[in-house]
Ligand binder design. Sequence first.
Ligand code: IPM
Ligand code: MG
Length: 354
Amino acid sequence: MKIAVLPGDGIGPEIVAQAVKMLEALRSDGLKIEMEYAHLGGAGYDAAGDPFPPATEKLAHAADAVLLGAVGGYQYDMLPRPMRPEQGLLRIRKGLGLFANLRPALVYPELANASSLKPELVAGLDIMILRELTGDIYFGQPRGIRMLDNGEQQGFDTMMYSESEIRRVAHVGFQIALKRGRKLCSVDKANVLDTSMFWREIVIDVAKEYPAVELSHMYVDNAAMQLVRAPKQFDVILTGNIFGDILSDEASMLTGSIGMLPSASLDAHNKGLYEPCHGSAPDIAGADIANPLATILSVAMMMRYTFAREDIAQRIETAVRKTLQQGLRTADIAEAGMQKIGCAAMGDAVVAAL
Ligand code: IPM
Ligand code: MG
């Protein structure tokens, strides 16, 4: 297992260090794991003047899987756009062809009270959001800021999806649904956007190959509402890049903390980049209070999707669950009166439970 490790910025290095502890424990158990480090995001800019330096690109291409912390920091906000940390993230996703972004929202029974929704609305919740990751308004051209004839400036972006982009992610969606509750809800804005009308047409066509999956469609505004009204109605949500960005942040809060949510971004051959859904949280970087569980759970997804080791994935997930059952909590998931532990202590506890 050749893993490229990209700690990134902010809390990235400290949460990744906990996931690396876990990988080292698995290696002492006999797994053949090789890890090599490189810079991404602000760390790439600082080290090599590029948020996605060539050395990182080379390492990421050669690896079977990439483990990423997070990118971004206040000190980079003033840089010209191509040099900003987020560009490094978008370029590695695009460069590796990671079009299928899996963001599970799973409520652990121990954390049902940590959700901002009533526990009965979220207890047992298990949603998979499949977000298309390399198309849409994120990458559409033309884009920019231009001067109009009347002397006023105008900002513009282009939303677009080609048929092949929709088809391949739709196939992934139906296949995931087959392995779960066999329900797929495609989210779009087909009442307004041509891109969405086309998206819906293609998804309906792909559905013909999956008669066992129940397909439904929902407008994105309604989906945003339904996620907080009755989130358990969903099994798999299939959606485009921008809608998936927004809905996955919303869904994360159902689970109690965005600090619990792992993600996998896969290419057509199950090579993947694994990262927590949360960002670099520069305000708490270095304070040893970040929650490393999303990153550790991202390693579980790596074992499941890239290395086809469901056994190890479940071992990691069970270790996380045991740690929660022991009452151990980082600040973001602690209820009143509960003892809080730091990032490194949480990493140690999960490794011990493993
Ligand atoms: C995410 C993030 C990124 C995105 C940013 C950091 C570019 O919000 O992974 O959801 O918009 O995709
Ligand atoms: Mg986001």
